[in-house]
Ligand binder design. Sequence first.
Ligand SMILES: [Zn+2]
Length: 478
Amino acid sequence: MAEIRLHNTLSGKVEAFVPLQAGEVKMYTCGPTVYDYAHIGNYRTFVFQDILRRFLKLRGYKLNHVMNLTDVDDRIITKAAAAGVSIRDYTEKYVQAFFEDCKTLNIESPEHWIRATEHISEMTKLIKELQDKGYTYTSDGSIYYRIAKFPEYGKLSKVDLSGIQAGARVDNDQYEKESARDFALWKAPKKGEHSWETPIGAGRPGWHIECSAMAMKYLGETLDIHTGGIDLAFPHHENEIAQSEAATGKPFSRYWVHAEHLLVEGEKMSKSLGNFYTLRDLIAKGYKPSALRFALASVPYRKQLNFTFDGLQQATNSVERLRNFADRLKVGKFPEGNQPGMAERIATGAKEFDEGLSDDLNTARGLAAVFDLVREANIAMDKGEFRQGDVAGVQEFLAAFDKIFAVMDDDDAAKMKALGYGGDGGPSDSDIEKLVAERQAARQRKDFGESDRIRKELAERGILIEDSKDGSVRWKRK
Ligand SMILES: [Zn+2]
């Protein structure tokens, strides 16, 4: 198998991936800030990290993966206070929605889902360590990190610190590279807003300290991989490095792997442009979860992804082509034996798929390997050259593909229904299978009136039937 290579933002290079401990990968992903529904730009990153973890697992690594839920930050505190509810009550709805969305998109649960609000004592302990080591100062009740004390500050994002004024501070958690400043580790309490009483004083944590404290609690002082969207590299990840490495004196994460932005129809997604979509917005329009997952996964993570509705339709068609092919393998009746060269062809496809993903998770290359084989096998089937003895080999290839891409199960309708969409009485898969079988039986006894009636009934309910040359029947939703 090919050596796994990943782009490391820290070095700016594509490097061979070798975990610190053989056979095990310690990985941390910055999860969502749960003050609203996550949007498809967020899911681009979460699908990418899911593809990464699934590929590492397929390669035999044991994953120890942590994803946090940022359930306390400036926006949450303000919104909860405005709504007159506790932080927990305010965020709960969005936490549950995020879990449902992940399930809908087949994003695997990491080994640890953790909440920032349940780790306040780890954060204050880490801040205390930084205080003891002289990396902090206090001003107006808030505790700041003095970046001048950490000479390596900027090594991840390559931020230019030449113009920075010593002692200039920033209280916001999010700011631009141009305003690199000493940042808040702990924020003084504000009247009417939630705060915690702790050994370092009353207040609330800054966003950056949350991830440092939680990552090191579950994964130790040095992680193998830290992932996130590229917009998190500065200031969030830069600050995580400054906090963690100042406290431990050890490298915080050996690989920093960042997913690029998502655009919508060529433009930055924003509510004001009217091109802002959550997963549910797309499902409400009738798009399938599998199509969105495919669309998000199909563009290699380091390329900007231009999300378009044409592209989503193409993704829908691609998933359907794969599922139809899997059905054809399952129900088709092929001559006994093996097609000459087919076993080698499957092996080449599997190798190319593995090499594509090993090559900095080049999903486009991996998918090309799959679609090439599917096309060739379909042609062989049409010509009557494909043999029964090759079915299992091709199925195994598809199963390995689907361990990573996870789009083959025909469960979109059920998932859409579970989220409250598309539950308008369309037939279930088993209803359809039953009618298809009845129609097959009618055809066999040459009752063509009955078989036509069933075909019409299915068509009226949005189901198309395809009879293939080998006598098998496939169906799909219109
Ligand atoms: Zn984070």
